[in-house]
Every structure is written in C-alpha cells, then in structure tokens.
Design a protein around this ligand. Structure first.
Ligand code: ADP
Length: 484
C-alpha cells in the first residue's frame, strides 16, 4: 500500500531519531565503560552507582538446603521456599501477593507489615510447613534472602540503605534507611520467626541463580518493569572498598547511565515521557529500554503523527489520549503480526485502544513505530552488555581467557582465529521484555556481533533465567549463613 509523501517524510524523520548506528553505539559503549570506571572509583557525582554487593563467590550447583526468598520487584511480591538439592537441581514453592496500589505510596512501615504478614501466611501453609520441617537443620529460624529491586547502597551482605525509589514506588520513611532492618522490624512486630540473612538486588539474584545451573555466568540482567544488571568484577578494580576476595559481584544500576543525557540520543518523545513521570531526570536510560516505558514512548510518537494528520486521519481515541494507556505488551502483539493485511494489528487498535477507523497504511505506520522503539531498546541493551563484557575482558574476570572478541570497533575482527577451548560467557536474563518481546534477543545478538565481532554469537550466550531472583536470593542467604 502507498504512503503519501508527507507520511514518508514525517515517519522518516522519526526513524532518523530512533535508529542507532553501530558507530553511535560504539561511542555510547566507550562512555559506558568510562562511567563504570568513575563509579568504581571515588567519584561522588557518578552516574553508575557500581554498588559492591559483598557477594564474593558464585555457586557451582552443589549447594544444598532449604531457604526462603522474598522478591519485591515491581508489580508483585513473591514469597518462595527454595530447596537446593545439589547437582544443579532445586525445587521451588512460591506464592505471589499483589501489592495493593495504595501501599506504593504509603509509609514504608505499612508496606513492610504487609510483606511480613504475607510471609507469615506463606509459611503457615501445611505443604510449605511440611517441607520446612523435613529439611530443618537445627535452628527453628528460617533464613531469608531478600530481593529488593530498587537502588540500595549496600553496607554488608545483610544491610543496605535505600537511595531512591523507582518504578512507581514512593513510600516515605524509607530513603536513607536500612531496608533489611525495616523488614526485620516488621517480622518481629508480626512475630514471624524468620531472619533476613541477605539483601540481594534482583540482578544479583539472577546472576547467582543462572550460575547454579550454568557455571561461567558473568552478567545477570533484568529487562522487565525496569532494567539493570550486575557482573563479576576483580577486587583490585573496586576502589570504593577493600576485600580479601579475588572478585566481587557489582550491581551496576545501569538504569541511570548518562544521567545528564550528554551522550544518549533522547528524542522529544523521551523527554515528554520523562517530564511527566514521577521521577523526572532520573533513570533516563531505563526509560528508553524497559517495559514500564516503551509503550508510553510509542504512544507519544503515535500522538505526534496524529497531530500532524498523517495517522488515523488525525483522530485519536479517548484511550490513546490517556497517559500510560498504551501498554508495552501491545507492542509485542503488534510486532508479532507479519500478515500482509495486518488484521491482527487492527484488532489491537480496536479492542485495546478504541480506534475503529484505520487503514492498511495506518497499521503499517503503527507497526513501524513499534519496531523503531523496540529495536532501539534492544540495541541500547546490547550496547551496555557489550560494554560490561569489554570491561571484563580488558581489566576483570574475563581478562586471562583470551576470548577473540573486539575491545574496540576499529580492532581487527579475528574471525579466522579459532575460539580455542574458551567456554562461552553466559548472561542470565530475566524479565518479560526479554522473554516476550518479539525479536528482542535476536536484535541484541545482532548488535553484540556489530560491537564485539563475529565470534560474539557463539561466545556470548544470552540465556533466560526465569524467576532467577528467588533462587538467587536463597543462594545469597546460604552464602551469608555460611560466612557467619
Ligand atoms: P517485574 O519487572 O515487575 O518483576 P516483569 O519482568 O514481568 O516483572 O516485567 C513487567 C513489565 O513487562 C511491564 O512493564 C509490562 O509492560 C511488560 N510486559 C509484560 N508482558 C509483556 C509482553 N508480552 N511484551 C512486552 N512487554 C511486556
């Protein structure tokens, strides 16, 4: 079908803003490494927090025991009982609890009381209780790993102060306080016999869990409501603390990369979203990548095209006019449609957005916009992943392995050089965007090959670590309990 000259012109100008060339990504990747170094040093005004996690080892799959895990990530609270059986095997019992919306902005003690009561209910269940009794190892107190997926300055394996809320949470009484203590106090108030042994960022949990099943896991990353990653750094590169261990997992907090937007190619549509968010100016990188935001960026672009009268004959709908009404999941549904008539897209437009009059050209434009936004997200994700791998190759945990991967775009691609016995570098990834967004993984892989060279797709394995954070928190509780 035929696009008008004006449609072509306007859509092309948007494409020009959203398409990221290899060389642009290379520049971003260099800057990312630069900001990693700043964060590992004493720089106070750092963009990347590069938080030491006090976790100095990775599981190898032989660990055993019964541990509780708690995950407060975004939309859901999950309580899990993890039974580690050794030999890379484990069993998980879990129950999700929906965090009532009003608690996202209530005083933090109310939120923690809700969590303590949820745990109490979970362990009172007779099946769970039977498991716990069966695997009891002496003490009546259950050890718990707490996955808390917000930026925390960790001061010990079981202590950390909340730096700021993200992802729609804004509970007073929490920022600046130790979230482990806040939870332990609530558990004590509600008389729940559980000890919070470890505080784990969800990305760290993902890394640990993936490592239980795939040794040589180097990065744990999340692409869900928000985005972040952690990786293994050599201790000598971490200038913000001293440790006797050879390596430590660092929580990058990469959502805050380039907070001054000096390098990130933000568009007016990103700026509009940021301004209207509850945390303007914060986590700008995350706002270009994660599930909470992609739909809203797309909505902004579509409204821009409607206002220029090149989409839906210039008519929006009540739903499309609503802030946050275009969910990221709709983009997945739209991108999935590869039919010639794009009737499934018409169904999304009608059923989800109340747009009944749409032409084939309209649907093509909508799909193209989703591709631009989705592809940019995947490429920025790959850019950050490549940067972290380069850091590991140049200075850190991957340094001595001699991987034939490029540290620089200008470096010769040793495509002929054998990969030797090098074991693949594993990246454990959790989150609905990675798991469900069509082509997200392939787009990341394509971009990794552009940046790291032709061996990237065999040497960098992106694997799903579904619900890894629960297992990872249990593993962290085990590591913490062993160390005390
Ligand atoms: P969380 O990060 O909150 O623990 P998820 O990993 O499920 O949980 O991520 C939730 C985010 O993923 C939401 O922002 C939602 O918009 C987005 N999402 C859910 N389903 C899909 C899908 N099919 N395709 C793309 N994004 C999705």
């Amino acid at each position: 079908s035929k696009w008008s000259a004006r449609q072509c012109e306007l859509v092309e100008s948007i494409a020009n803003e959203f398409i990221l060339s290899t060389s642009k990504l290379e520049a971003l990747s260099k800057e990312f490494i630069h900001q990693m170094h700043a964060g590992l040093g004493q720089d106070k005004s750092k963009d990347l927090a590069m938080i030491p996690t006090f976790i100095t080892g990775r599981p190898d799959g032989h660990e055993r025991g019964c541990y509780l895990a708690l995950d407060l990530g975004g939309t859901n609270l999950r309580v899990c009982l993890i039974t580690l059986k050794g030999n890379h095997e484990l069993e998980t019992q879990q129950k999700p609890f929906k965090v009532p919306e009003h608690l996202q902005e209530a005083h933090v003690s109310e939120l923690m009381d809700f969590i303590a009561i949820s745990i109490k209910k979970f362990i009172a269940n007779k099946h769970i209780n039977a498991k716990i009794v069966e695997h009891r190892t002496g003490s009546d107190t259950l050890e718990l790993g707490f996955t808390f997926s917000f930026p925390v300055a960790q001061t010990a394996i079981d202590a950390g102060t909340l730096l700021r809320w993200t992802k729609g949470f804004n509970c007073p009484g929490a920022v600046g306080n130790d979230v482990v203590q806040l939870l332990q106090d609530a558990l004590n108030r509600k008389e729940v016999n559980v000890h919070v042994a470890a505080l784990v960022n969800d990305t760290v949990g993902t890394l640990l869990a993936h490592s239980y099943q795939n040794p040589n896991t180097f990065i744990g990353a999340i692409f869900g409501t928000g985005t972040n990653a952690s990786y293994v750094e050599s201790a000598q590169s971490i200038k913000t603390m001293k440790t006797d261990a050879g390596e430590m997992i660092i929580n990058i907090e990469w959502g805050n990369f380039d907070k001054d937007k000096a390098f990130l190619p933000v568009t007016i549509h990103d700026n509009k979203l940021d301004r209207e968010s509850i945390n303007p100016g914060i986590h700008v990188f995350e706002k270009m990548i994660s599930g909470m935001y992609l739909g809203e960026i797309t909505r902004n672009v579509l409204l821009h095209l409607i206002d220029h009268r090149v989409l839906f004959e210039g008519t929006s709908s009540d739903i499309l006019n609503q802030h946050w009404a275009f969910e990221t999941k709709y983009m997945s549904d739209i991108e999935k449609d590869s039919s010639s008539t794009l009737i499934p897209i018409a169904q999304v437009l009608e059923q989800k957005l109340g747009i009944y009059l749409n032409t084939q050209v309209d649907r093509e434009i909508v799909k193209f916009v989703c591709q631009l936004v989705g592809k940019r997200a995947a490429r920025l994700s790959a850019m950050a992943t490549a940067a972290v791998i380069r850091q590991g190759l140049a200075h850190g945990a991957l340094h001595s392995h001699g991987y034939p991967l490029k540290l620089d775009l200008d470096e010769k691609d040793d495509a002929d050089k054998g990969t030797g016995s090098s074991e693949a570098i594993r990246v454990g990834i959790d989150g609905s965007v990675f798991e469900h967004y069509p082509h997200f993984k392939e787009r990341m892989q394509e971009c990794l090959a552009e940046l790291l060279g032709s061996h990237a797709n065999e040497l960098v394995q992106l694997g799903i670590a579904k619900d890894g954070s629960g297992v990872g928190a249990a593993l962290a509780a085990l590591i913490a309990a062993k160390n005390t």
